[in-house]
Design a protein around this ligand. Structure first.
Ligand SMILES: Nc1nc2c(ncn2[C@@H]2O[C@H](COP(=O)(O)OP(=O)(O)OP(=O)(O)O)[C@@H](O)[C@H]2O)c(=O)[nH]1
Length: 346
C-alpha cells in the first residue's frame, strides 16, 4: 500500500471511537460538520497518514480561522486524487459515501444532545420533587428517552455497517482498476508498467541472480502488410499466450510494447538462455493462414537478447544491455538468441 492510501477497515466500535475523537477536534476549531471535514478529521485521528495530519493541523490551528476552500482542496488531495486515481466511478461513490456518513453522524449527534438535555432536566426535577406521581412520570419519560436514543444508536450502527460494506465495494473496485492498469489489453499478459515494477523488485534481491530476455518479432511490419493488421494482432496474442504458459515462480513475462516482449528470469544465465531457445523454437512453429480466397500460410520468427544482471545494476542499464544483445541478434540474421556480456566481464 502506498503511503498516500487511506484505509477504512476498522470494526464498528473502533470507527465510532475515531468519530468521537474527531468531533471535539473539529468543535475546538470551529470546523463545520461537512462531509469533507468529517473525512479529513476521521483520517487524522486514525493516524495512518502523518502527512495528512501535519498538513491538516498546520492549515487549521486551534486559534486559526476556517476556510472551506482549504478543506476541500485537502479532501481532494488525500481522498479523491491519491486514493482513487483515474477512476471517476469510484470517486463518485466515495463522495456520496462520505456525504451519507456525515448525515448519519449529524443526526446521531443531534439526538445525543437532546438526550443530554432531557437527562439534565430530569435530574433537576428529581432533585426537587417530592410528589411520587411526578417522580413516576419523570422516570417514565426518562425511560422512553433512553429507548429512543438506544434505537437511534442502533440505526447509526446499521448505517456505519452499510458504509463499511460500501467501502469494501470501493476497495474491490479500486483493486480491479489497479489490476486492469497492469495488464496489456491485447495479449492479456502483464504490460510494460507491470514489467517495470517486477524488474525493480527482482533487482532488489541479489540472490538468485536476475536475467532479462528481450524478444522482438522479426519483420513484423511485413507480417502486418501481408496478412493484415488483425492477423498481426492475433500473432501477438498467440505469442503472449505461449509466453504466459512459461510462467512460474521464477519466470515473469510481459508485453514490453508493440511487437516486443520481455521475460524476467530469477535464476542463472544458463536457465535464461535455455528458455530463450525454447521460446525462439516455439514462436517459429506458429502457423497462420491468410483469409480465403488467399491461401498463404504465415510463419513468424523472433530475435532474443539475453543478459544476466550485474551486482547493483539499475533496471535501465540492464534493459540497455539486453537491447544491445537483441540488436546483435537482428543484425546477425534474426531468428536467434544473443547473450549479452556476462557479469564476469566487468
Ligand atoms: N498488428 C499489430 N501490429 C503492431 C502492433 N504494435 C506494433 N505493430 C507493428 O509492428 C511493426 C514493427 O515494425 P518494425 O519496428 O519496422 O520492425 P519489423 O518489421 O518487425 O522488423 P525487425 O524488427 O527489424 O525485424 C510495425 O509495423 C507496427 O505497426 C500491434 O499491436 N498490432
Amino acid at each position: 500500500m502506498s503511503r498516500d492510501m487511506l484505509e477504512f477497515n476498522e470494526d464498528l466500535e473502533t470507527s465510532a471511537d475515531y468519530l468521537r475523537k474527531a468531533i471535539p477536534l473539529m468543535v475546538q476549531r470551529g470546523i463545520p460538520p461537512t462531509p469533507y471535514n468529517y473525512a479529513l478529521w476521521y483520517a487524522h485521528v486514525q493516524g495512518l497518514n502523518p502527512e495528512l495530519s501535519r498538513e491538516l493541523l498546520a492549515e487549521f490551528p486551534v486559534s486559526g480561522s476556517y476556510s472551506a476552500k482549504k478543506s476541500e482542496s485537502l479532501f481532494f488531495k488525500y481522498f479523491i486524487k491519491n486514493y482513487l486515481p483515474n477512476n471517476p466511478k469510484a470517486q463518485n461513490l466515495l463522495v456520496s459515501l462520505v456525504a451519507q456518513l456525515a448525515r448519519a453522524v449529524a443526526r446521531n449527534l443531534a439526538g445525543s444532545q437532546q438526550y443530554g438535555d432531557s437527562l439534565r432536566e430530569a435530574r433537576q426535577i428529581l432533585d426537587q420533587a417530592s410528589d411520587p406521581m411526578l417522580i413516576q412520570e419523570t422516570l417514565s419519560q426518562l425511560l422512553a428517552d433512553t429507548r429512543a436514543v438506544e434505537g437511534m444508536h442502533q440505526e447509526f450502527q446499521g448505517e456505519l455497517q452499510s458504509a463499511r460494506d460500501e467501502v469494501e465495494l470501493l476497495k474491490q473496485e479500486l483493486a480491479r482498476t489497479q489490476q486492469r492498469a497492469l495488464v496489456d489489453a491485447l495479449t492479456n499478459i502483464p504490460n510494460r508498467r507491470a514489467f517495470d515494477h517486477a524488474l525493480l523488485r527482482a533487482l532488489q534481491d541479489p540472490e538468485p541472480p536476475t536475467c532479462l530476455l528481450l524478444l522482438d518479432l522479426d519483420h513484423f511490419k511485413q507480417c502486418n502488410d501481408t496478412f493484415g493488421h488483425l492477423m498481426g494482432d492475433r500473432v501477438l496474442q498467440i505469442t503472449g499466450q505461449l509466453l504466459a504458459d512459461l510462467r512460474d515462480e521464477q519466470v515473469f513475462v510481459a508485453r514490453y510494447g508493440g511487437e516486443e516482449f520481455a521475460i524476467i528470469v530469477e535464476g542463472r544465465l544458463e536457465r535464461a538462455v535455455a528458455l530463450a531457445e525454447q521460446v525462439r523454437k516455439q514462436v517459429s512453429a506458429i502457423r497462420f493462414r491468410q483469409k480465403p480466397p488467399a491461401s498463404g500460410v504465415g510463419t513468424v520468427t523472433t530475435s532474443i537478447g539475453v543478459v544476466e544482471a550485474r551486482a547493483h545494476e539499475r533496471p535501465e542499464e540492464l534493459i540497455e544491455r539486453a537491447d544491445r544483445a537483441l540488436y546483435r541478434a537482428k543484425s546477425a540474421g534474426r531468428d536467434r538468441v544473443e547473450v549479452g556480456e556476462t557479469p564476469a566481464a566487468d
